[in-house]
Design a protein around this ligand. Structure first.
Ligand code: FAD
Length: 454
């Protein structure tokens, strides 16, 4: 039932600034987009609701990069480079980057320290002269006409302000700006089902010798505990892995549902409220169980992140939608702007289900078409990251950090090219974009050699 409403009086809103490119959201996609646009010489502002960058990677305690690598005919290669490489170098310099580790025996992921990520991202944006506006919640759009955004409205401690830009990039993860601008979008599987959210947390005080490779034994211990009736778990497929210092482990164990069993909806504030509280409760239960695992007896919760981890909300409909078949079939696209090597990772009720392209029979990655970033109907908007144009299954793979970095770098570069050619982003010469991305060190697939090394 619709809520009753009140009328807000019209008012004049101060203009915070006028930019060539404004990016909403400072996760992997937003970081890469802002860096790419600013590095191309465009006056760029990144707007973020928190006081730090990293998106789910820091704010939701993810602490692990997936999708930077692909299993190419049985050989591991790092396929996401460009801006992502600049960030990784900085995190590593701060001593905050693990060596890549194997997941399910098939693909690599790479853990990091959130403090190092935040500092490295600040430094990266400063280095490329991208402006940042922290503590600013995007709250609406003012349109010039139905195809063009005039200003993004933000709520700050100083009240509501407006940011004008020639081109906007929605990297909010939730497609907030695209939705306010009237772009079409889908939510979840269109039947009310979304990937289930999780509350991440990290333990400290683990005895690394005793714990050993506990990530291998924990699933069997969970099953035994359930059979013995001592514990009940919200999902199978818990991920418990060491961070850079092996006394600290990240725990991806929880699953947040509504009373009817559906996933918590990250677009609904009552759901988010329930999810945060229930997420912390589940984290505590998981902790009680983990303390029974050898090596974890004296561990303690060192971090419950600032927010619940949201995997999927809006997916904005663009000029093409990346599908699950594209992922499993390692699809190629003429307008490729980067690649995704992560499999489909579906967080369904009570479980996490992975689906890989054939390994080692395939090259293990799909290309990401530029048309994923151009929402149909809005001319001065690009969308990058987990809210880009993908089907539910396509998003279950390409939502992870690696592909988000690639999409963001392409969006920022495309915005700069559109400005130099006085074109709308949709109409830029994609071959020029591809040449530019390659010159920046990005790997876009096509006829390029897959880069060597990790
Ligand atoms: C529990 C969990 C575990 C995961 N595990 C992994 C993993 O191990 N490895 C991996 O690579 N990926 C993992 N992912 C997925 C990955 O973290 C995200 O999909 C990825 O961060 C998406 O990047 P993004 O830039 O598109 O969006 P996000 O990371 O969601 O960033 C969006 C940013 O926009 C900001 N924002 C949103 N709305 C507004 C607004 N209105 N105004 C201002 N700012 C706004 C947010 O604060 C945020 O900083 C996991 C996700 C979850 C939830």
């Amino acid at each position: 039932m619709p809520l009753p409403t009140i009328t807000e009086p019209a008012r004049q809103i101060p203009l915070y600034g006028e930019y060539e490119v404004a990016v909403l959201g400072g996760g992997p996609a937003g970081i890469a987009a802002a860096v790419a646009a600013a590095r191309a010489g465009r006056r760029t502002l990144l707007i973020e609701r928190y006081g730090f960058l990293g998106g789910m990677g820091t704010a939701a305690g993810v602490t692990n990069f997936c999708g930077l690598h692909a299993n190419v005919h049985g050989e591991m290669r790092r396929v996401v480079r460009g801006v992502a490489s600049e960030l990784l170098t900085r995190i590593d310099r701060l001593g905050g980057l693990n060596a890549p580790h194997l997941i399910l025996g098939k693909i690599l992921a790479q853990a990091y320290d959130t403090a190092a990520y935040k500092i490295a991202a600040d430094d990266l944006l400063a280095h490329h002269r991208a402006d940042i506006l922290f503590h600013a919640l995007g709250a609406g759009a003012v349109m010039e006409d139905e195809r063009r955004i005039k200003a993004l409205m933000v709520e700050t401690k100083a009240g509501r302000q407006a940011v004008r830009a020639e081109i906007f990039i929605d990297a909010s993860g939730d497609g907030d700006l695209a939705a306010w601008a009237g772009a079409r979008f889908e939510v979840g599987d269109n039947r009310g089902g979304m990937l289930y959210p999780s509350m991440m947390f990290r333990l400290n005080g683990v005895d690394p010798q005793q714990a050993g490779e506990a990530w291998r034994s924990i699933p069997a211990l969970m099953q035994a505990a359930e059979e013995a009736g001592t514990h009940r778990f919200p999902r199978r497929g818990a991920i418990v892995r060491p961070q850079r210092s092996a006394i600290e482990w990240r725990v991806n164990f929880t699953q947040l549902t509504r009373p009817d069993g559906a996933a918590i909806n990250g677009l609904e504030v009552d759901d988010l409220t329930r999810g945060e509280i229930e997420g912390r409760r589940q984290a505590l239960e998981a902790f009680h169980f983990l303390r029974t695992v050898p090596g974890f007896e004296n561990s303690y919760i060192v971090d419950l992140p600032p927010q619940l981890g949201i995997r999927e909300t809006r997916r904005v409909i663009g000029d093409i939608m990346l599908s699950g078949e594209d992922v499993l079939g390692c699809a190629s696209f003429d307008d490729s702007i980067g690649v995704n090597g992560w499999p489909i990772e579906s967080h369904v009720a009570g479980d996490v289900i992975f689906k890989f392209p054939p390994i080692p029979g395939s090259r293990g990655f799909n290309e990401l078409p530029y048309r994923m970033l151009t929402p149909s109907g809005i001319d001065n908007l690009l969308v990058a990251g987990r809210c880009a144009s993908m089907t539910h299954d396509g998003q279950s793979a390409a939502r992870v950090s690696g592909a988000c970095f690639a999409m963001g770098e392409a969006a920022g570069t495309a915005a700069a090219l559109a400005l130099s050619g006085n074109a709308v982003p949709r109409d830029i010469a994609v071959a020029r974009l591809q040449t530019q991305l390659k010159a920046q060190g990005a790997f876009i697939g096509r006829d390029e050699q897959v880069p060597e090394g990790l």
